[in-house]
Design a binder for this molecule. Sequence first.
Ligand code: FAD
Length: 286
Amino acid sequence: MKISDILSRDKCSVSFEVFPPRRDAPMEPVLEAVKALAEETPSFISVTYGAGGGGNTNTVALAEHVQKTCGVPALAHLTCLTSSRERIATEIQSLRKAGIENILCLRGDAPAVDGGKRDFAHAADLVRSLRPSAFCLGGACYPECHPECEHLQSDIEHLKAKVDAGLDFLTTQMFFDNNVYFRYLARLRSAGITIPVIAGIMPVTNGSQISRICRLSGTVLPPRFRAIVDRFGDDPCAMLSAGVAYATEQIVDLFADGVKAVHVYTMNKPEVARRIMANLKGIVNG
Ligand code: FAD
């Protein structure tokens, strides 16, 4: 099923994200985690590409598992910066063969050593090359500005070009203050970006990593959330409860304010998904 069709339905959508195992790690624990995540009946599950050292070929295999074994629509991430046109064509062929209908078109991060000439400089180039196909195409966006871009206004202008290249929907980087999302959405709409913007929510369950992640991604930790991390960050059980509670509150507030779709960065953690979905009983799938 295409994500554009899911987003056009008149009901709240909650989707999850998983990442494939590293190339040398066993697939089995991830398949188990995905099976447990699928039992929470998300609208779709996205599978990252190359992030965190995961092998690229595993993305297609895991997306196929999501769809064929677990019966949940899959969104396969695909990065382009370090890929040739031939490599992208091969990936697309594998995705098609696996029955995947949705692709998140990404640039990816630049490697430490620059490899010279590139076939794709920006995600928009990938979107342009895939648009003639029948895939449903998504892209990433950044409510607090992409870290490499100096001003949010220029980032939004680049985003507009990416959307005009043929995107069907956007998913945001994580944010911890819903007002950031609402202000950003208003700016996108006034820039003429009219496609759905799925809100990306990260349930923080590891207090020690979040400050570094926020620094790298340019995401602001609001004082109320920082207090939670300071107080509970060293206690995994307390941090899990507090992180799930904070994420749930964000999601309920977004749905109450008319947002139709939330993407939860579940990171292969079924327990987190289970607790959030239990909190959303009657609001989602109700
Ligand atoms: P782009 O849209 O190309 O933008 C990158 C930068 O280039 C921005 O600063 C933009 O303003 C600028 N730019 C764009 N066009 C132009 C132009 N014409 N001229 C000048 N500047 C321009 N990474 C992975 O490796 N694997 C994943 O699976 C993955 N999944 C992600 C999922 C989501 C929802 C998000 C938000 C990010 C994900 N990432 C992933 C991280 C992503 O690859 C990085 O954030 C990367 O740095 C930017 O990718 P992009 O597709 O947003 O790039």
